[in-house]
Each structure stands twice: as C-alpha cells, then as structure tokens.
Design a protein around this ligand. Sequence first.
Ligand code: AMP
Ligand code: MG
Length: 701
Amino acid sequence: MSSQCPTLRAAILVVSTTAAKDPSTDAAQATLRSVFEQDGGNQWMVAETQIVSDDSAEIQRQITLWTEPVDAGKDVINLVVTTGGTGFAVADRTPEAVSPLLHKQAPGLVHGMLSASLAITPFAMMSRPVAGVRHNTVIITLPGSPKGAKENLQAVIKTLPHACLQAAGANSRTLHSGGVKKLEQEAGLGSQGQAQAQAHTHAHTHTHSHHHDHGHNCHRHTHSHGHSHGHNHGNLVRLTSENPKSNDPSLGPSRRHRSSPYPMLSVDDALSLIAKCIPSPTTTTAKVTPDLVGKVLAQDVYATAPVPAFRASIVDGYAVVVPPSGHLRGVYPVVSTSHATSSSNLSPLKEGQIARITTGAPLPPGANSVVMVEDTVLITTTKTTHQTTGQEIEEESSVEILSDDIVKPGANIREIGSDIPLNTLLLPSNTLLSPASIGLLSSIGTQSITIYSPPTISILSTGDEIVDPSLPRELSLGEVRDCNRPTLLSAISQLGFTPLDIGIVSDKTNHLETTLRKALRQSDIVLTTGGVSMGEFDLLKPTIERSLGGMIHFGRVNMKPGKPTTFATVPVKNNDGTKTEKVIFGLPGNPASALVTFYLFVLPALHQLAGITPVGLPKVPVVLGHDFPLDKSRPEYHRAVVTVSKDGRLLATSTGEQRSSKVGSMEGANALLCMPAGPEALKKGERVEALLVGELRSDLA
Ligand code: AMP
Ligand code: MG
C-alpha cells in the first residue's frame, strides 16, 4: 500500500522563543522528522520547517502562509504540525493562535493524542492540543518536549494520511470504497472496537472537493457565477454560521475577547482576498457622448470605418500629378479647386494641370501629391464670379511651382485609413475613456458602446459619540465631530465614483443591522468607519456575522495605521428575489486610519468593480528626504509629500506626526510611503516605494 501512496507533504513549525533566538537549542524538529521517516510508512516528506517565537502573530502568519489555497498543479502542504507552546505557562499561546485559523475542528485527533499520552503519563493533562483543517491542510499542535511531541505524533500518524487526502480534496467515496476495515488495514491499525469504527464513519460526511476553489470561496450564496452547487462550498459557510469568531454582544463586556480572534493578515494577503471576493463587474450600453469620459469600456472597439475616409491634403497648396521624373518646376494652369467640404463631383486632374486645394480637402481623381502654397507664385489671373456671393473676383489661372526638389507621389497626402485603418483595434476593453477616446469613437461614427456599470458605494459612520459636523453647536464631553464620512465622501467623488451618504449610526446592534441592510440593498459596496476595535461597543463584526449571516474574510491586518480593518461579504436578496453577495469594508474609526485603509483596500475594490486595470494607487520609487522612524512590528504607510527635485529624483518628506487619530497627517500628503517594520530609522537617501494619492509636487520653477 505505502509504495503506491502519494507523498504527503508535512511542515514542522517549532514554536519556541529560545529556539527562535538560537536554532541549535531545538531538538523537537529532528525528533519529529524521524517519526515521519520511521513511523510514516514512507508516505511523508517534510517539505518545510520554520522556527518562530511564542508569538501569536508569528505563529498565525507562518501557518496562514503554509495553508493558503494553492493554484491547480501546485503542491499543497498536507499537514502542519506545531511543537511547543501548548502548556499552561504564561507564554504558551500556540493553541490560541491556531484555533481561530481552523475551518474545521478535529476533536478526534486531539482525543487520540491525549489518550495515547495519558496512557504514558498523567502529565499529558498538561498539554492543551488543538487539531483541525484549514483550507486543504490538516493542522495539529504537539507539545514542545521532544518526547511528548514524538508520542503524540506517533499516536495519530497512521490515520493522518487519510485525513490529509480528504482535506486535500480526494474523493471520499473512492477512499471509503473498502469500508473502515480496509482503511484500518491500510493504515496498519487493528480494529479496537465498535466505538472507533463508528467515530470513523461519522467523521466522513462526504465532502467533495470543488475544482474551482481551494477553500476560500467568496460566492457561496451567489447564483450568478455558473458554478455547480452540488459541491462542497462548505468550510467557510460553517465558519460563519456555526462558529462566528466575533463577540456575542448579548454576553456583556466581561465575556468579550480580550485579544482579536481574527488572524493577522499581511496587506498583500488581504488584497488578494479582496480581489477574489469582489463580484464580477456588470455592464451597460451607453450612447457615445462627451460625458462618457471617466467611464470604462467593457468591449473591444474596432474601427468600422477608416479615417480619413478619402485621400486628403495635409497642406494648403496645389494638387498635382507627379511625372515619372519627379520634377515639377514650371508654370501650370489651375484647372479646378478642392475645398474641405462635402463635394460629390471633383473633376479629374491630368499631368500638366494643377488644382488649388485646402488642408483636409479631398484630392481630385488622378492627383497624387500636393505642393505647398509657400513653394509657388501666382502668374496670371482671370475675372470670375464668386460661387456664393455672386461678386466679381480675380481667380488664379496659372501658378508657377518654384521648388527644384524631386517630388514623390503621395507627398502631403493623408491616405485613406492612414490615421485609423479600417478594422484595427481602436480601444481595447477596460480602457478608461479619455477625451481622446471620445474623439476616436466619434471619428469612426460609433453610436453606442458597452461600458462597465459604475459601482455604487455607500458610506456610514458608526459611534454613539459621533456628531454630524453640520450641526452648529458646541460639543458635549465625549462627543466627536464626524470627520470620516465627509472625508471619504469627498475622496470617492474625487476619484470619479458616486458615493451614497448613509449618515451616522449609533452603537446599537439593531440600529446598525437595519442601517447596514438598507445600505447593502442600495449599493455594491458598503463602507463603514469605527466599531471594529476591541471595545464592547465595537459591533460591526458581530452584526455582520450574527445578524446578517455574512462572512468576515479578514478582521485584522498587519499594518499601521489600520490594524482592525475588516472585510466581509454578505448575502443580499435583490428586489427580484435573486441572491447576490455584497461587500462591506469596516474601516477603523481613527480618521487617518480610515483614509489610509480606504486608499489601500477600498480603492482597488472599486477599481475592480468598475473594470479599471491596474487596480489601486500607482506606485513609484522615491528617495527619503530625511530619516524616517520605523514601527518595530508593523509595516507602516507613512503619509508624505513627494516632490520632483531639480535632479529628477522623487524626494519624500514626512507630513509629521503619524498618529492614527490625526487626519492632519494626511493633509497635504500626496503619497503613502510603504515603510517596512524595523528596529531603527530608515536613513535619508534610502529608497522606498510610494503609493501616490495626489499629484506630484515639483521643485522646478
Ligand atoms: P472605534 O473604532 O469606533 O473605537 O473608533 C476609534 C476612534 O476613532 C475613537 O476615538 C472614535 O471616537 C474615533 N472615530 C470613530 N469614528 C469617527 C469619525 N467618523 N470621525 C472622527 N473620529 C471618529
Ligand atoms: Mg466606535
């Protein structure tokens, strides 16, 4: 059996502050490797190992990385085993860090490990293991002592291949085709009675893998995405409806979490989750008019007509028929004129004749070049009657061409389709329409085009303390004027989108729920600020999970400012009874955090919904104009002014104190500098990337 089995990939995470400082002190890793080799029936390879300190964020970051859904064809990590941090010491926090990451609990594995260890020592009671599945990976937490870790892993290693294959998406029917007895045989386990066999059967509720998703499915309730719904979209559905991570507000302040139960995501991971969860943009037909500037094309536009539509003169002068020699110097009779006007009957031109022609006018048949008026002199005139005024005028009757240059046929002529050839791709889909695009569409006579429907986004502020700034009154103690809503409304308008103002919502669950429902009905994206921190009145997450049946895709991001930024999707019934998913961004209440996270997370979502690519703020490399302090643990988006200096470099200067509450740190800023976390300052002259939120300043007078 074992020789036919696929190799399962295991990752070992050593959780130990001591080993993180000095890896040579770690013995657990080598012990676990040998368990995989000796007891693993040749089915295991240890694909990854890492050492982290007893730090929740580090533990979660590493496990999240290892358990990310992988693209088709790439290898998944089948099993993550942690060792360390499962005891009762103050620093022991591995189970607490791992628990919130689990999409499915595996109490059976926990039981297996504990009962095996208990048979050896009562001190097994001092271990607090957790086990379960995240996306397609089984995770178990082993004790830190090499002996304990070894015994625990040995206790479950025989059953793990089966669990891992199922978690990775193997068809459970095939796996089960021989019944439990066969499974036990294959695992090298004797049947230890009814209880085990039954537990085993119950554990398999016939989940099937779904090829389109690797676990993080954002559209579970949507019926418009063409997925088959007979498959397992289940992990995260269960996560929301059966296992909300948020506080239960009815339990009162003393029962709330004291640290966020949401794993801390990196900004990049948060952004890719957003990208996955934003619904496809919708399209609409629009007449070609100047107000389409700023809208986004949802179709390729091909030139259905050439421009120019006729051979036209580029200059004012005389149409000629170039002789084979190319020499034109001499006196010619002016036999006709061609003006830039609609003309149906132009008389043909013969060699030896010329025709007066204006810029943009059609060439007479037979003419093959135009001589500029500057290269000619008038020789003779005749009297004639003006076509429109009826007055007598002097008309040219002969003109001398002065130039000795050899003239090539085609000179000074715009050939048919030379500006826009027929059938060429004029504007590709996703073009952000500019005045020039309107010009192109008008030139070829396009009447209507398909564009992406502009997304609608509604905005509300939350907080009992928040007061509408338009109220002309003094504030009472504790009150705060609403700064976020006006800021975000104007940011959205400035970016060319249309915001919907939903006002201020108090910190009461029912008020928040009703208002969110209303906002969700009216818009594609709902933007809230406040109520996402750890206080007892921070109700956004509980309301989304517990009242709206939504799914929180992330509730914490490793960044400064903006750590509590929250992103969720919520199933919403349309007016016609169909269901769709709408998006909620819960931005932090602190004004600088709200604006920074708007630019970082909401703008890309708006762009994606609007069909605009690339999404998000433009990124440019800049040079620091002075030393910049760094945050020790979180990457920071430092508000700065970027100026083009005389030597052509982009120089960044801080807007000053960066506290999250200080919206003034954003005033005047045209960039967010992407600063890494670090112990010391970044020095003047170093290069970092900057996200541009405004126009570049220039030092060049
Ligand atoms: P919260 O996340 O609701 O605890 O808010 C964090 C901080 O931001 C608190 O000091 C709030 O008073 C403040 N805050 C929340 N919303 C706003 C807002 N709309 N305008 C100004 N300050 C706000
Ligand atoms: Mg609040």
